[in-house]
Design a protein around this ligand. Structure first.
Ligand SMILES: N[C@@H](CCC[C@H](N)C(=O)O)C(=O)O
Length: 290
Protein backbone atom coordinates (compact mmCIF):
# COMPACT_ATOMS: atom_id res chain seq x y z
CA UNK A 1 0.00 0.00 0.00
CA UNK A 2 1.33 3.46 -0.80
CA UNK A 3 1.71 5.76 2.22
CA UNK A 4 -1.70 7.36 2.82
CA UNK A 5 -1.85 11.14 3.27
CA UNK A 6 -4.40 10.81 6.08
CA UNK A 7 -4.22 8.61 9.19
CA UNK A 8 -6.15 5.36 8.65
CA UNK A 9 -9.07 5.04 11.04
CA UNK A 10 -10.60 1.71 11.97
CA UNK A 11 -13.38 0.20 14.01
CA UNK A 12 -13.41 -3.17 15.70
CA UNK A 13 -16.66 -5.09 15.96
CA UNK A 14 -18.31 -8.47 15.90
CA UNK A 15 -21.51 -10.34 15.11
CA UNK A 16 -22.07 -13.27 17.48
CA UNK A 17 -18.32 -13.07 18.18
CA UNK A 18 -17.27 -13.43 14.53
CA UNK A 19 -14.99 -10.42 14.73
CA UNK A 20 -13.83 -7.87 12.20
CA UNK A 21 -11.51 -4.96 11.64
CA UNK A 22 -13.59 -2.38 9.77
CA UNK A 23 -11.82 0.23 7.64
CA UNK A 24 -13.87 3.12 6.22
CA UNK A 25 -12.40 3.95 2.82
CA UNK A 26 -15.29 5.64 0.98
CA UNK A 27 -13.30 6.67 -2.09
CA UNK A 28 -11.48 3.33 -2.40
CA UNK A 29 -7.97 4.72 -1.92
CA UNK A 30 -6.58 1.86 0.22
CA UNK A 31 -5.70 -1.21 -1.79
CA UNK A 32 -4.65 -3.63 0.95
CA UNK A 33 -2.46 -6.55 -0.06
CA UNK A 34 -3.14 -10.03 1.36
CA UNK A 35 -0.13 -9.64 3.66
CA UNK A 36 -1.42 -6.29 4.95
CA UNK A 37 -4.87 -7.72 5.68
CA UNK A 38 -3.25 -10.68 7.45
CA UNK A 39 -1.15 -8.28 9.56
CA UNK A 40 -4.22 -6.25 10.57
CA UNK A 41 -6.08 -9.46 11.51
CA UNK A 42 -3.12 -10.97 13.38
CA UNK A 43 -4.18 -11.45 17.02
CA UNK A 44 -0.68 -10.85 18.37
CA UNK A 45 1.06 -8.49 15.94
CA UNK A 46 -2.04 -6.67 14.71
CA UNK A 47 -5.51 -5.63 15.84
CA UNK A 48 -6.81 -9.18 15.59
CA UNK A 49 -9.92 -10.40 13.78
CA UNK A 50 -11.49 -13.23 11.78
CA UNK A 51 -11.78 -10.90 8.81
CA UNK A 52 -11.64 -7.37 7.46
CA UNK A 53 -14.50 -5.23 6.13
CA UNK A 54 -13.54 -2.27 3.97
CA UNK A 55 -16.35 0.26 3.54
CA UNK A 56 -16.10 1.54 -0.04
CA UNK A 57 -18.56 3.44 -2.20
CA UNK A 58 -19.73 0.97 -4.86
CA UNK A 59 -19.01 3.54 -7.58
CA UNK A 60 -15.37 3.65 -6.42
CA UNK A 61 -14.71 -0.11 -6.64
CA UNK A 62 -14.29 -1.98 -9.94
CA UNK A 63 -16.02 -5.11 -8.60
CA UNK A 64 -19.04 -3.11 -7.38
CA UNK A 65 -19.48 -0.33 -9.93
CA UNK A 66 -22.27 -2.21 -11.73
CA UNK A 67 -24.23 -2.38 -8.42
CA UNK A 68 -23.82 1.34 -7.61
CA UNK A 69 -27.40 2.25 -8.63
CA UNK A 70 -28.83 -0.43 -6.34
CA UNK A 71 -26.47 -0.06 -3.38
CA UNK A 72 -24.33 2.97 -2.49
CA UNK A 73 -21.91 0.97 -0.32
CA UNK A 74 -19.76 -2.06 -1.14
CA UNK A 75 -18.57 -4.49 1.54
CA UNK A 76 -15.04 -5.45 0.49
CA UNK A 77 -14.67 -8.56 2.69
CA UNK A 78 -11.35 -10.33 3.27
CA UNK A 79 -10.58 -13.41 5.36
CA UNK A 80 -7.92 -13.18 8.08
CA UNK A 81 -5.32 -14.77 5.78
CA UNK A 82 -5.94 -11.96 3.29
CA UNK A 83 -7.95 -14.04 0.83
CA UNK A 84 -11.04 -12.59 -0.82
CA UNK A 85 -14.47 -14.13 -0.20
CA UNK A 86 -17.75 -13.53 -1.96
CA UNK A 87 -19.90 -12.96 1.09
CA UNK A 88 -19.94 -12.72 4.89
CA UNK A 89 -23.28 -12.88 6.71
CA UNK A 90 -22.13 -11.64 10.11
CA UNK A 91 -20.00 -9.08 8.31
CA UNK A 92 -22.99 -7.57 6.49
CA UNK A 93 -24.76 -6.89 9.79
CA UNK A 94 -21.66 -5.30 11.29
CA UNK A 95 -21.05 -3.34 8.08
CA UNK A 96 -24.61 -1.92 8.11
CA UNK A 97 -24.35 -1.10 11.81
CA UNK A 98 -21.12 0.83 11.14
CA UNK A 99 -22.70 2.76 8.27
CA UNK A 100 -25.55 3.82 10.55
CA UNK A 101 -23.15 4.68 13.39
CA UNK A 102 -21.06 6.86 11.06
CA UNK A 103 -24.24 8.51 9.70
CA UNK A 104 -23.44 7.16 6.24
CA UNK A 105 -26.85 5.45 6.17
CA UNK A 106 -30.26 6.21 7.64
CA UNK A 107 -31.75 3.84 10.21
CA UNK A 108 -34.23 1.43 8.64
CA UNK A 109 -33.62 -0.32 5.34
CA UNK A 110 -30.47 -0.29 3.33
CA UNK A 111 -28.88 -2.17 0.44
CA UNK A 112 -25.29 -3.42 0.64
CA UNK A 113 -23.29 -4.53 -2.41
CA UNK A 114 -21.21 -7.67 -1.93
CA UNK A 115 -19.30 -9.92 -4.33
CA UNK A 116 -22.31 -12.27 -4.14
CA UNK A 117 -24.69 -9.49 -5.19
CA UNK A 118 -26.82 -6.88 -3.40
CA UNK A 119 -28.11 -7.79 0.06
CA UNK A 120 -31.03 -5.94 1.73
CA UNK A 121 -30.51 -5.13 5.39
CA UNK A 122 -33.13 -4.02 7.95
CA UNK A 123 -31.77 -2.31 11.05
CA UNK A 124 -34.32 -2.95 13.79
CA UNK A 125 -34.94 -0.46 16.59
CA UNK A 126 -34.17 -3.21 19.12
CA UNK A 127 -30.64 -3.60 17.70
CA UNK A 128 -31.44 -6.81 15.83
CA UNK A 129 -30.46 -6.72 12.17
CA UNK A 130 -32.13 -8.80 9.46
CA UNK A 131 -30.42 -9.54 6.16
CA UNK A 132 -31.95 -10.96 2.98
CA UNK A 133 -29.28 -13.53 2.20
CA UNK A 134 -30.57 -14.65 -1.21
CA UNK A 135 -31.47 -18.21 -2.15
CA UNK A 136 -29.48 -21.24 -1.16
CA UNK A 137 -28.17 -23.38 -4.00
CA UNK A 138 -27.72 -27.08 -3.26
CA UNK A 139 -25.53 -28.61 -5.96
CA UNK A 140 -26.61 -32.23 -6.35
CA UNK A 141 -23.82 -34.60 -5.33
CA UNK A 142 -22.93 -34.89 -1.67
CA UNK A 143 -19.49 -34.21 -0.24
CA UNK A 144 -17.29 -36.18 2.14
CA UNK A 145 -15.62 -34.29 4.97
CA UNK A 146 -12.62 -35.85 6.69
CA UNK A 147 -11.70 -34.69 10.16
CA UNK A 148 -9.61 -36.35 12.86
CA UNK A 149 -9.24 -39.42 10.63
CA UNK A 150 -13.04 -39.88 10.30
CA UNK A 151 -15.08 -39.46 7.13
CA UNK A 152 -18.51 -37.83 7.31
CA UNK A 153 -21.16 -37.31 4.65
CA UNK A 154 -21.86 -33.64 4.06
CA UNK A 155 -24.36 -31.54 2.14
CA UNK A 156 -22.97 -28.99 -0.32
CA UNK A 157 -24.77 -25.65 0.11
CA UNK A 158 -23.88 -22.42 -1.67
CA UNK A 159 -24.95 -19.17 0.02
CA UNK A 160 -22.96 -17.00 -2.38
CA UNK A 161 -19.93 -18.67 -0.79
CA UNK A 162 -19.40 -22.42 -0.43
CA UNK A 163 -20.32 -24.61 2.56
CA UNK A 164 -20.08 -28.31 3.42
CA UNK A 165 -22.58 -29.19 6.17
CA UNK A 166 -22.03 -32.41 8.16
CA UNK A 167 -24.52 -33.62 10.79
CA UNK A 168 -22.83 -35.27 13.78
CA UNK A 169 -23.92 -36.72 17.15
CA UNK A 170 -21.57 -34.47 19.13
CA UNK A 171 -19.72 -31.26 18.20
CA UNK A 172 -16.63 -32.87 19.75
CA UNK A 173 -16.47 -35.08 16.65
CA UNK A 174 -14.96 -32.08 14.85
CA UNK A 175 -11.88 -32.43 17.06
CA UNK A 176 -9.65 -29.41 17.65
CA UNK A 177 -10.15 -28.00 14.15
CA UNK A 178 -6.66 -26.57 14.04
CA UNK A 179 -6.44 -27.46 10.36
CA UNK A 180 -8.93 -27.32 7.53
CA UNK A 181 -10.96 -30.56 7.25
CA UNK A 182 -10.48 -32.50 4.03
CA UNK A 183 -13.34 -32.17 1.55
CA UNK A 184 -13.93 -34.50 -1.42
CA UNK A 185 -14.40 -34.46 -4.31
CA UNK A 186 -12.06 -31.48 -4.56
CA UNK A 187 -13.45 -30.58 -8.01
CA UNK A 188 -16.83 -29.82 -6.39
CA UNK A 189 -15.27 -27.03 -4.34
CA UNK A 190 -12.45 -25.74 -6.56
CA UNK A 191 -11.92 -22.61 -4.44
CA UNK A 192 -12.06 -24.42 -1.11
CA UNK A 193 -15.01 -24.37 1.27
CA UNK A 194 -16.23 -23.50 4.74
CA UNK A 195 -17.17 -26.59 6.77
CA UNK A 196 -19.93 -26.76 9.39
CA UNK A 197 -20.50 -29.53 11.95
CA UNK A 198 -24.07 -29.63 13.24
CA UNK A 199 -26.00 -31.25 16.10
CA UNK A 200 -29.68 -31.14 16.95
CA UNK A 201 -30.76 -29.17 19.98
CA UNK A 202 -34.56 -29.58 19.64
CA UNK A 203 -37.36 -29.05 17.10
CA UNK A 204 -36.10 -26.59 14.47
CA UNK A 205 -33.13 -25.82 16.69
CA UNK A 206 -29.56 -26.82 15.85
CA UNK A 207 -26.03 -25.88 16.94
CA UNK A 208 -22.85 -25.68 14.90
CA UNK A 209 -19.11 -25.41 14.92
CA UNK A 210 -17.44 -24.01 11.82
CA UNK A 211 -14.04 -24.09 10.16
CA UNK A 212 -13.94 -21.10 7.85
CA UNK A 213 -12.00 -21.03 4.62
CA UNK A 214 -9.24 -18.46 5.07
CA UNK A 215 -9.85 -17.87 8.78
CA UNK A 216 -9.83 -21.21 10.66
CA UNK A 217 -12.31 -22.08 13.40
CA UNK A 218 -14.42 -19.04 14.29
CA UNK A 219 -17.14 -18.48 16.87
CA UNK A 220 -19.81 -17.86 14.26
CA UNK A 221 -20.50 -17.79 10.55
CA UNK A 222 -23.65 -16.13 9.21
CA UNK A 223 -23.61 -17.70 5.75
CA UNK A 224 -22.72 -20.97 7.51
CA UNK A 225 -25.76 -20.69 9.78
CA UNK A 226 -27.96 -20.14 6.70
CA UNK A 227 -26.41 -23.15 4.92
CA UNK A 228 -26.96 -25.25 8.03
CA UNK A 229 -30.60 -24.14 8.35
CA UNK A 230 -31.34 -25.09 4.75
CA UNK A 231 -29.53 -28.45 5.07
CA UNK A 232 -31.42 -29.19 8.32
CA UNK A 233 -34.76 -28.24 6.77
CA UNK A 234 -34.21 -30.54 3.76
CA UNK A 235 -33.11 -33.35 6.08
CA UNK A 236 -36.32 -32.75 8.08
CA UNK A 237 -38.39 -32.99 4.89
CA UNK A 238 -39.08 -29.24 4.68
CA UNK A 239 -38.76 -27.22 1.49
CA UNK A 240 -40.54 -23.86 1.75
CA UNK A 241 -40.36 -23.16 -1.98
CA UNK A 242 -42.17 -26.46 -2.69
CA UNK A 243 -44.46 -26.49 0.38
CA UNK A 244 -45.41 -22.80 0.29
CA UNK A 245 -44.71 -22.37 4.01
CA UNK A 246 -42.06 -20.25 5.70
CA UNK A 247 -39.76 -22.20 8.02
CA UNK A 248 -37.63 -20.79 10.85
CA UNK A 249 -34.77 -22.45 12.76
CA UNK A 250 -32.66 -21.21 15.66
CA UNK A 251 -28.99 -21.84 14.91
CA UNK A 252 -26.72 -21.70 17.96
CA UNK A 253 -23.09 -20.83 17.29
CA UNK A 254 -20.30 -20.77 19.89
CA UNK A 255 -20.66 -16.97 20.07
CA UNK A 256 -24.45 -16.71 20.36
CA UNK A 257 -27.58 -17.52 18.34
CA UNK A 258 -28.92 -16.59 14.92
CA UNK A 259 -32.50 -16.88 13.70
CA UNK A 260 -32.70 -18.16 10.14
CA UNK A 261 -35.88 -18.19 8.06
CA UNK A 262 -36.43 -19.66 4.61
CA UNK A 263 -39.45 -18.10 2.95
CA UNK A 264 -41.87 -19.65 0.50
CA UNK A 265 -40.20 -17.67 -2.31
CA UNK A 266 -36.91 -19.38 -1.42
CA UNK A 267 -35.29 -16.28 0.08
CA UNK A 268 -33.25 -16.97 3.22
CA UNK A 269 -33.27 -14.32 5.97
CA UNK A 270 -30.86 -14.08 8.88
CA UNK A 271 -31.46 -12.07 12.06
CA UNK A 272 -28.79 -11.38 14.65
CA UNK A 273 -26.83 -8.71 16.49
CA UNK A 274 -23.94 -6.42 15.50
CA UNK A 275 -21.61 -4.77 17.97
CA UNK A 276 -18.83 -2.16 17.70
CA UNK A 277 -16.32 -2.40 20.56
CA UNK A 278 -13.68 0.17 19.62
CA UNK A 279 -12.59 2.89 17.22
CA UNK A 280 -9.02 3.99 16.63
CA UNK A 281 -6.22 5.10 14.35
CA UNK A 282 -3.68 2.69 12.88
CA UNK A 283 -0.07 3.30 13.74
CA UNK A 284 1.59 3.53 10.29
CA UNK A 285 4.32 1.13 11.47
CA UNK A 286 1.74 -1.68 11.71
CA UNK A 287 1.78 -2.24 7.95
CA UNK A 288 5.51 -1.70 7.45
CA UNK A 289 7.18 -4.71 5.90
CA UNK A 290 3.86 -6.54 5.44
N1 LIG B 1 -17.80 -15.40 8.66
C1 LIG B 1 -18.52 -15.21 7.47
C2 LIG B 1 -18.01 -15.93 6.23
C3 LIG B 1 -16.70 -15.32 5.76
C4 LIG B 1 -16.20 -15.85 4.45
C5 LIG B 1 -15.75 -17.27 4.50
N2 LIG B 1 -14.65 -17.51 5.39
C6 LIG B 1 -15.40 -17.74 3.09
O1 LIG B 1 -14.20 -17.77 2.73
O2 LIG B 1 -16.33 -18.04 2.32
C7 LIG B 1 -20.01 -15.21 7.63
O3 LIG B 1 -20.45 -14.76 8.69
O4 LIG B 1 -20.73 -15.58 6.70
Amino acid sequence: MSTPAQPITFLKGHGTENDFVIIPDPEGRLELSAAEVARLCDRRAGIGADGLLRIVRSAAHPEARAMADAAEWFMDYRNSDGSVAEMCGNGVRVFAHCLERMALAEPGELAVATRAGVRRVTLGEDGAITVGMGRAVLPGPGLTVTVDGRSLSARHVDMGNPHAVAFVDSLDEAGRLLEAPGVAPAEAVPNGTNVEFVVDRGPRHVALRVHERGSGETRSCGTGACAVMVAAARRDGLDPAADGETVTYTVDVPGGSLIITERADGEVEMTGPAVVVAEGILDPSLLEGA
